[in-house]
Design a protein around this ligand. Structure first.
Ligand code: GDP
Ligand code: IMO
Ligand code: MG
Length: 428
């Protein structure tokens, strides 16, 4: 068997959590491969809304094993809080959750460093979620980080103190106030809690699952345009959010990658700083934000909104080897008379391109739009592809032709049930 993958093609918050939860019923294993509690994945069913940060979105499917892979950075405090919240819904992830011993631990001082670095950047700040993601990955590549498996070694405290001292010496250079004692008490309590879970070699578990013909779904966090290598650097996150991250973040060979589901919104959003060529700063952007309830699931910040960006989507599809697409939040555009899609970028010298420039941050780009007539139909109750309005079907056909990839899922509301699956509409 091969592992299928779900990942975001824009700047995050495309609706990955909803689709992972929807598809998880068909999978034996759901595995997060990168990122950490910077993610906020929303799931809605039975009139309840859940936001997951660390725990994979297959957790509500009782027969599905959930894996936190080695590529993830894990904050025990947020993890504990999340598990306790799930217990209220009779979900007991103790039994079907497996955590990689190789996943890196987010320490309290990583969070402090994140805040200190952001503060020192002034106007150029990235708009980090301040969950300690960057500093933790930094220590991983500097080969000084602490892994989940280290927490059970007898000299863990020694290693912890050594790293903490290093962090404190950096923090001294920043004007920054903090109460580390409280943070540490909470951290060590949560670490003891975490140690009761199944801490395993998840790379072995996943490969054995595939060998035993179990189905595996890898769940991405963030989006392709936030990828450390291919995103709008430096306004990115610190991990590979793209398909290659599945191999390094779960220990899967490239030949073990199956279907790659690329998720995109019918428009585009971004939270935090950085370039966004199709951003709408005036009334239309505000209208998308209101209709789409575009406020961050992790930080509550208003998301920046704009029209769909096809050059960026084409780039993300190429990097990820996307085999099928999920078009999300289509219902948000239900009341619009006209809908725009950016087909090209007009560069400063007047030339048109649909290629991604090297440095999106320093380019003077004017988006070139193709305008479509709105469908003006409430999509939220529709369950069958054939019942979609003609204008929307034409728009979907246009996107499929431009992106050269089939759209197999059309999402028309936040609820698990508001998902239209075109079962025979993708290439295997
Ligand atoms: P993720 O990070 O990719 O999992 O996405 P988020 O959960 O951060 O943001 C997506 C938001 O859109 C959540 O509030 C979802 O409940 C909501 N959502 C997902 N799909 C749809 C949809 O098709 N229509 C509408 N209106 N909302 C949706
Ligand atoms: P999900 O999985 C949207 C953004 C932050 C910031 C930049 C770096 O819910 O799609 P970081 O905390 O990683 O150092 O922040 O990346 N960012 C996200 N934006 N959705 C996310 O996750 C994000 N995770 C990080 O806003 O601009
Ligand atoms: Mg999110």
């Amino acid at each position: 068997m091969k592992s299928d993958v779900i990942l975001g093609l824009q700047w995050g918050d495309e609706g990955k959590g909803k689709i992972v939860d929807y598809l998880a019923a068909k999978y034996d294993v759901v595995a997060r491969f990168q990122g950490g509690p910077n993610a906020g994945h929303t799931l809605e069913f039975d009139d309840i809304k859940h936001v997951l940060h660390q725990v994979p979105s297959g957790v509500f499917r009782k027969n599905t094993k959930n894996v936190i892979g080695n590529g993830v950075v894990l904050d025990p405090v947020i993890f504990k809080r999340e598990i306790e919240a799930l217990k209220k819904f009779n979900i007991e992830p103790f039994y079907n959750l497996f955590i990689s011993k190789r996943a890196q631990l987010i320490l309290p001082t990583h969070r402090l460093l994140d805040a200190a670095y952001e503060k020192s950047k002034g106007d150029e700040k990235i708009g980090s979620t301040l969950r300690g993601i960057g500093p933790t990955y930094q220590d991983k590549t500097a080969r000084i980080g602490l892994r989940v498996g280290d927490s059970i070694s007898p000299n863990f405290i020694e290693k912890y103190n050594k790293l903490k001292e290093k962090h404190l010496s950096i923090l001294k250079m920043h004007e920054f106030e903090y109460d580390l004692e409280t943070l540490e008490t909470e951290f060590f309590e949560a670490l003891e809690y975490l140690k009761k879970f199944k801490l395993v070699d998840t790379e072995v578990l996943i490969n054995q699952s595939l060998a035993a013909h179990e189905t595996v779904l890898a769940e991405g966090a963030q989006g392709s345009l936030l990828d450390i290598d291919f995103g709008s650097y430096p306004f990115v996150t610190s991990s590979n959010t793209t398909c290659a991250g599945v191999c390094t973040g779960l220990g899967l060979a490239p030949s073990k990658i199956g279907q790659v589901y690329g998720i995109f919104k019918a428009y585009c959003t971004r939270v935090g700083g950085g370039p966004f060529p199709t951003e709408l700063k005036e009334a239309v952007g505000e209208r998308i934000r209101t209709e789409g309830r575009e406020f961050g699931a992790t930080t509550g910040r208003p998301r920046r909104c704009g029209w769909i960006d096809l050059p960026a989507l084409k780039y993300a599809i190429m990097i990820n080897g996307v085999t099928q697409l999920s078009m999300m939040k289509v219902d948000v555009l239900d009341t619009f008379d006209e809908i725009n899609a950016c087909t090209h970028y007009k560069m400063k010298d007047g030339s048109l391109t649909d290629a991604m420039p090297f440095d999106l941050c320093n380019e003077d780009i004017t988006p070139v739009y193709k305008t479509f007539k709105g469908w003006k139909v409430d999509l939220t109750r529709l369950t069958d592809y054939k019942s979609l309005p003609k204008e929307l079907m034409e728009y979907i056909s246009f996107l499929e032709e431009e992106l050269k990839t089939p759209i197999s899922i059309v999402s028309v509301g936040p609820n698990r049930n508001q998902t239209i699956f075109r079962s025979n509409h993708f290439s295997q």
